[in-house]
Design a protein around this ligand. Structure first.
Ligand SMILES: Nc1ncnc2c1ncn2[C@@H]1O[C@H](COP(=O)(O)OP(=O)(O)O)[C@@H](O)[C@H]1O
Ligand SMILES: CC(=O)OP(=O)(O)O
Ligand SMILES: [Mg+2]
Length: 401
């Protein structure tokens, strides 16, 4: 029997997204999501594409190991279990690969140890990724498991963009530099944007805005990343759902010295209680828009701060690239929130940027332009597909065994 199936696991801090794909034609066989892991009301939603009929289950799922076992049971109910001989490999999203991992990598004990060593610089993500890998290896020890790193696409950044202006010896001793994240998405979306423009990736310069719960911008020149907004960790850059993004590092000294907070408390504040949720109490852009429509001033200010930062990055990356062919919106907010796209580009006509109201408001799951014909710089919406990209890279590496 030919084995052409790849299971992709995207383990987040409190969720697991997964897809089973048949790489002979890149089609999906099953997709699903486990949310609120560790809470009493964890939720699993599983959809086998053969019928399209979703199954939902709510109840306590204690950790990522239990989550993955529950996923394996759901897949088995559709005859798509992990014991299937048609399964060729399991591909894992791994958020931090440091400087070491620049390519998709077959996982062995040494690779696991390196991912573990990087936990301090991806405390919300790498532990969940590791549990996913260990559980999957336990369930199918014979199968190749591949790590696809969020940081890999950004390793082409020049030193001028990747280094912080701090003492070089100190930085090197602690491997402090800007790594960047969401790279699988930035890679996929920048390529898809070139296709939408009808041009080769090598010919186009794009600014990609990945706006999900975590959010990051990247400047991509001819298919290669030259700058990105996240840094040593996924905390730098844009305003996010619960993360502050950029701030004066002295805020941290001040909170410690004057505010009496511990380093761990400040870490939690900036990663989990800041960004949109810190500013207005909600991190979901749908809820924030609802509140704005009801005249809520805190929600409006949170939105304005979010947009101000976004606009600054568009301007910065325009300058980094010199010439921009398109600004591309992706991920949950970027794909769905028309008011965010409209506000981020408003006033940038002088840079050749504009959105068309009707095109921008129209809903679609397809890559599309939302700028008017006359715009020198196109504005595009390109749905990201990290899972397909991970499956493609995984299969390219080990599929033909
Ligand atoms: N219709 C919508 N309008 C506005 N925002 C949306 C909509 N749908 C999803 N979102 C936003 O997308 C976010 C999740 O994006 P996603 O890319 O799935 O994030 P992550 O992968 O980080 O979990 C939600 O927090 C919400 O703010
Ligand atoms: C790296 C990162 O921020 O990922 P996510 O958006 O999935 O939290
Ligand atoms: Mg995401």
């Amino acid at each position: 029997m030919s084995s052409s199936r790849v299971l992709v696991l995207n383990s987040g801090s409190s969720s697991v997204k997964y897809q089973l794909l048949d790489m002979s034609d890149s089609s999906r066989l099953a997709v699903g999501l486990v949310e609120r892991i560790g809470e009493e009301t964890s939720r699993l939603r599983h959809t086998p594409l053969a019928t399209g009929a979703s199954r939902e289950w709510t109840g306590p799922i204690a950790d990522h190991e239990a989550a993955l076992k529950a996923v394996a049971e759901e897949l088995a109910k559709d005859g798509l279990g992990l014991d299937s001989p048609e399964l060729a490999a399991i591909g894992h999203r791994v958020v931090h690969g440091g400087k070491h991992f620049t390519e998709p990598t077959v996982i062995d004990d040494a690779v696991l140890a390196e991912i573990e060593r990087l936990i301090p610089v991806a405390p919300l993500h790498n532990p969940a990724n590791l549990t996913g890998i260990r559980t999957a290896r336990h369930l199918r020890p014979d199968l190749p498991q591949v790590a696809v790193f969020d940081t890999a696409f950004h390793t082409t950044m020049p030193e001028s963009a990747a280094r912080y202006a701090i003492d070089t010896e100190t930085a090197d001793a602690h491997r402090i530099r800007r790594y960047g994240f969401h790279g699988t998405s930035h890679a996929y979306v920048s390529r898809a944007a070139a296709e939408l423009l009808g041009r080769a990736p090598e010919e186009v310069n794009v600014i990609v805005l990945h706006l999900g719960n975590g959010a990051s911008a990247s400047a991509v020149r001819g298919g290669k990343c030259v700058d990105t907004s996240m840094g040593l960790t996924p905390l730098e850059g844009l305003v996010m759902g619960t993360r502050s993004g950029d701030l004066d590092p002295a805020v941290i000294f001040h909170l410690a010295r004057v505010g009496g907070m511990s380093i761990d408390e400040i870490d939690t504040l900036l990663n989990k209680k800041s960004g949109l949720i810190g500013l207005c109490g909600d991190n979901d852009m749908r809820e924030i828009r609802r509140r704005i429509d009801d005249g809520d001033e805190r929600a409006q200010l949170a939105f304005d701060i979010y947009i101000h930062r976004l606009k600054k990055y568009i301007g910065a990356y325009y300058a980094v690239l010199g010439r921009v062919d398109a600004v591309v919106f992706t991920a949950g907010v970027g794909e769905n929130a028309a008011p965010v796209r409209e506000a981020a580009v408003a006033g940038l006509e002088g840079l050749g940027l504009a959105v068309d109201g009707a095109l921008n408001a129209a809903r679609s799951d397809e890559p599309r332009l939302v700028s008017p014909e006359y715009a020198r710089v196109k504005v595009a919406v390109v749905p990201t597909d990290e899972e397909l990209e991970i499956a493609t890279q995984t299969y390219a590496l080990v599929g033909r065994h």
